[in-house]
Design a protein around this ligand. Structure first.
Ligand code: ADP
Ligand code: MG
Length: 597
């Protein structure tokens, strides 16, 4: 076939494919246009999940009658003039593509009136062919009606999912934009049913309830952080509230919804060791920064961005989320009506705050007594203080809120759990999970100070691994040496362990080495410190005392003391709880000493 220029309709359908994938993409572009136009109220109506109709009406600035024709042609925008402007984009749109694209794959009608005009105008575009604008009576603002989406692109139609799925995509999009712009009034209707309506009073919590339901919204933690030019606000779920996929992780940058890998990674790192493997948090986070520091012109649907200084953004997000997270970390309670079942409920906020008051009171009052417990504890604390002032503040905050209260050890049951009494009832502590947490924090603290004392083995141990595992271990050797392991290659697939960290003295070195390569998965984004923390967590799990191992009362007491000094004592590094709390209140109710249930 000879080479020919594509007919304009074909070219524009191809281009439209990049921006308009499904009904929700139309809603996104039109809502963004309304926001750019300074609308206060945005009303969205869809029929048949947007296949039959999508209408977006706003009370924004409107389009002048004589510009309507231009507005629906490709590469026509009022938001960008010179190419330099591309590096300072403060509007959501700038590509001048959306209206043209939508018009080429549907029957679209735009009715608009600007403030000072006597009347409005209307233009109709069908399958990319625009009619002549006609004068009509209209209120100030713009109404875009998109009918029969993809009627002329049957292949696209076939790729659409079920109505339920497409509608959910629209609902979730509009709800998230409503959350990002709480000062605007959004209304989403499906036919005659109103799905979402926001007050535009700036209150994000109530919109959050529309997105996640009241129960979940109540548990969400608020984030509010600001640091030289960056601002992060919004909500994150506590570690106890998770999903099995990343779909509920939402980030907005400067008012634009983005799917950004680096931000997701920063977020997950902030949750590190608090979540179980394969679980993901729910978040709605809003990052604001100078538009010059972020390039939004890298993706046709503008869903990806590039940062000028990715490391700074990354560390800001990671620290801000971590801080918010550590400020709240409840001990799971036993549900009163379901003995034996562990459940985390929002009402624990109450019981954990009892522990909190007590802990603060205690720190101030009898604090000296605590430091007297063991002298090595004292030295750890003072070392931590010398790190740097910012970190001390972080530690301090998390310490106060997150610490567990001092407890009186009662003993061990089943060779597996420690039983202790705290200021508000009884605690059952899983000795394995607790020891894992203790070892992990000690190891990481030493690692941070770059001072991991190690102990040479009298008889260096030789370990042979299967070839795959050996290769993995070989790659991890530099990290291992930073953790105080002296391991050398000693023939094919064989290694010799010459020293191990003192922390693990007396345990089996071969087993520590195997732990490193066991169920190792390639990281999606292997960030150095995340890999290190994971590796440390894996080794600590292997080295920790096991369930079923009888501990002497000195060992029990030492474990409890160590746990009390941990920064995140309530979960093991893999996110499982270390303890269960039976409050006095619960006990009294169970024994019928107080009120009806
Ligand atoms: P972009 O948003 O990238 O500029 P669009 O194709 O979405 O491109 O819109 C083209 C132009 O039409 C915009 O630049 C704007 O001037 C005008 N426009 C579109 N929608 C609206 C609206 N709801 N209110 C006012 N003007 C609008
Ligand atoms: Mg636009």
């Amino acid at each position: 076939m000879p080479i020919r220029l594509l007919a304009p309709e074909v070219a524009s359908q191809i281009a439209a494919g990049e921006v308009i994938e499904r009904p929700a993409s139309v809603v996104k572009e039109l809502v963004e246009n309304a926001l750019d136009a300074g609308a206060r109220t945005i009303a969205i109506t869809v029929e048949e999940a947007g296949r039959k109709l999508i209408e977006v009406a706003d009370d924004g600035c409107g389009i002048p009658s004589n510009e309507l024709e231009l507005a629906v042609s490709r590469h026509a925008t009022s938001k960008l003039v010179r190419s330099e402007d591309l590096f300072f984009i403060s509007t959501l749109g700038f590509r001048g593509e959306a209206l043209a694209s939508i018009g080429s794959v549907s029957r679209m009608t735009i009715t608009s009136r600007v403030k000072d005009a006597k009347e409005g105008a209307r233009i109709r575009v069908e399958g990319g062919m625009a009619g002549k604008p006609a004068k009509v009576g209209a209120t100030v603002g713009t109404i875009v009606r998109v009918e029969d989406l993809f009627y002329n692109v049957p292949a696209r139609l076939k790729f659409l999912k079920t109505d339920v799925t497409e509608r959910r995509a629209i609902d979730s999009l509009v709800t998230r934009y409503a959350l990002a712009y709480p000062e605007k009034r959004f209304k989403l209707s499906e036919g005659k049913n109103v799905i979402l309506q926001t007050a535009g009073d700036g209150d994000r919590r109530s919109i959050l309830a529309a997105l996640y339901g009241v129960d979940v919204a109540k548990q969400m933690l608020e984030v509010m952080a600001e640091e030289d030019g960056y601002r992060l606000t919004g909500f994150i779920s506590p570690a106890s509230l998770t999903r099995s996929n990343r779909k509920e992780i939402t980030f907005f940058i400067n008012g634009r919804w983005v799917q950004e890998v680096a931000l997701n990674t920063a977020l997950l790192q902030a949750y590190h060791t608090l979540l179980m493997v394969g679980r993901y948090p729910l978040t709605a986070l809003f990052l604001e920064m100078n538009p010059r520091d972020v390039d939004v012109n890298v993706h046709p649907a503008k869903a990806e961005v590039r940062f000028r200084d990715q490391d700074r953004v990354f560390s800001f997000v990671q620290r801000s989320v971590r801080k918010a997270l550590l400020a709240y970390s409840p001990v799971p309670n036993v549900a009163p009506s379901l003995w034996g079942t562990v459940r985390t409920t929002p009402s624990e906020e109450k019981s954990s705050s009892v522990g909190l008051d007590w802990a603060i009171g205690h720190d101030e009052g009898v604090g000296g007594g605590r430091l007297g417990v063991g002298s090595d504890q004292l030295s750890v604390n003072s070392d931590q203080l010398s790190v740097n002032s910012e970190q001390v503040i972080v530690n301090r905050q998390s310490e106060i809120v997150n610490r567990i209260p001092l407890m009186r050890l009662i003993g061990q049951v089943g060779g597996t759990y420690l039983v202790a009494e705290g200021p508000d009832g009884l605690y059952l502590i899983d000795q394995h999970a607790a020891h894992e947490r203790v070892l992990f924090e000690k190891l990481m603290a030493q690692h941070e100070r770059q001072n991991i004392p190690s102990q040479a083995l009298l008889n260096p141990e030789v370990v042979t691994l299967p070839p795959g595992a050996a290769q993995l271990l070989l790659n991890q050797l530099p990290i291992l040496s930073r953790f105080g392991f002296d391991v050398e290659e000693f023939g094919p697939n064989t290694f010799r362990v010459r020293a191990i960290p003192i922390l693990f003295a007396g345990s089996d070195p071969a087993s520590a080495l195997r732990a490193v390569v066991e169920d190792f998965e390639e990281d999606e984004t292997p960030l150095q410190n995340e890999v290190e923390a994971r590796l440390a967590a894996r080794v600590c799990k292997r080295m920790a005392v096991k369930g079923g191992q009888t501990l002497s009362s000195e060992e029990q007491r030492a474990l409890l003391n160590d746990l009390e000094t941990c920064e995140s004592p309530r979960t093991c590094p893999h996110g499982r709880p270390t303890m269960i709390h039976l409050s006095v209140d619960l006990l009294e109710r169970q024994f019928g000493r107080r009120g009806a249930r």
